[in-house]
Write a protein that binds this ligand. Structure first.
Ligand SMILES: [Ca+2]
Ligand SMILES: [Ca+2]
Length: 398
């Protein structure tokens, strides 16, 4: 009969021992009022806490799942955008069109130009004033802009402004004259293209303006700003690029041209290749003066020549001479085809004039540069040479 009193005693003393963790006096007094043993109360409290915890965890898991699903949906939308421009995605995802339009119409900057037509003299004056907020094309966050101007469909004369180094807001202030009858003018399109110059790689087009000249009111001089748009890709046929170095030694009257290499040449043969060689020609007083050729490289569109050609040209002649560099496709059975051409000299323009001027200002030093080939017809028209009669041959590329 002794065990009873010790059992009651701990229940009385326990509130005091437990009170160290709970609020002193207040909580134990409430617990004392509940007609349940302490262990039962604690178990119930623990069960409630556990239940609440389970609920919280469940809610969290549900929320996370929803977010993941949403993210997956977004990713799916993006991947559909990546499929670029199909009409179905544009219809299904109205948001996709906006983003895509935004990247295509990325601001390229704007150009200020002037137009003036003198009907009595059949003369069109195109003024390239300035550009602003041009798109940066170089890694340093800048561009080296210049403007190319020509008229379609004839494209007989392409003019270029000077290059402005490391600026996105160049002031060109140059004017170009085109001889064109009014009847032809209203059927023509004026193209003004802004390029980024690069000394050792192909020049990038920043943007262009195409203007239908039939819509212009020629009673006034036009001067306006226009936004540059993305260059149209289908018009210009790529003929290839050529790299060569020029060296002039005035004391020995030696002009040395080293034909280094060409790349991305146009395919001229059935096998999808060409057999390129380079013709280097000097023109003096509108007459063919001297001519030399490189060897033929068989079946390649990226030939490596590294061949040196030297001409004797006096200091007086070097200021009047035109250096014509043309790339040809050799054919065993038929006439060789011209792939592309360029000419350099004091009356050349743009990139070609720059290379020639660099050579003259650095005597005895070879100066190498890449050039984009132009069509032989275009260069010949500019040079206005007297031609021998051409015998028509069927183009073997077809
Ligand atoms: Ca550049
Ligand atoms: Ca061939």
């Amino acid at each position: 009969m002794k065990p009873n009193p010790p059992r009651i005693k701990p229940t009385k003393t326990s509130p005091h021992t437990n009170s160290t963790t709970a609020a002193p006096g207040f909580l134990p007094s409430i617990l004392d009022k509940i007609p349940l043993p302490r262990w039962a109360i604690y178990t119930i409290i623990a069960a409630i806490i556990l239940l609440v915890l389970i609920c919280v965890v469940c809610c969290c898991v549900k929320c996370c799942c929803k977010k993941k699903k949403k993210r997956k949906k977004v990713e799916h939308k993006i991947s559909m955008k990546g499929m670029s421009g199909t009409t179905t995605t544009a219809l299904v995802q109205p948001g996709a069109e906006d983003v895509e339009g935004g990247s295509a119409n990325q601001p390229r900057g704007k150009l200020q130009y002037s137009l003036e037509f003198n009907a009595s003299r059949s003369e069109l004056l195109v003024g390239i004033k300035e550009a602003a907020s041009l798109k940066a094309m170089d890694s340093g966050g800048s561009s080296d802009p210049y403007v190319k101007v020509y008229i379609l469909p004839s494209k007989t004369k392409t003019c270029e402004t000077k290059v402005f180094r490391k600026t996105l807001n160049p002031a060109f202030n140059e004017q170009f004259k085109y001889q064109i009858p009014q009847k032809e003018l209203v059927e023509s399109t004026l193209v003004m293209q802004v390029y980024d110059f690069n000394r050792f790689s192909k020049h990038d087009i920043i943007g262009e303006i195409r203007m239908n000249l039939s819509t212009v009111d020629w009673n006034h001089v036009i001067e306006e700003w226009s936004d540059l748009s993305e260059a149209s890709k289908n018009e210009q046929e790529h003929l290839g690029d050529i790299c060569f170095s020029l060296r002039y030694v005035p004391t020995s009257s030696k002009l040395t041209v080293i034909i280094l290499e060409a790349k991305n040449l146009k395919k001229m043969d059935h096998d999808g290749f060409s057999d390129p060689y380079v013709k280097v020609q000097l023109i003096l007083d509108k007459k063919k003066w001297k001519k030399k050729k490189t060897s033929v490289k068989k079946q390649t569109l990226n030939p490596y020549f590294n061949e040196s050609i030297t001409f004797e040209v006096s200091f007086e002649q070097i200021q009047k001479v035109q250096l014509v560099i043309s790339v040809w496709d050799h054919d065993k059975m038929t006439k060789n085809d011209a792939i592309g051409k360029i000419y350099l000299g004091c009356d050349a323009t743009g990139n070609q004039l720059r290379h020639w001027a660099d050579m003259l200002s650095n005597p005895r030093k070879p100066v190498a540069q890449w050039h984009t080939l132009l069509s032989a017809e275009q260069v010949d028209t500019t040079l206005a040479l007297k031609h021998t009669i051409k015998i028509p041959f069927i183009n073997k590329a077809f």
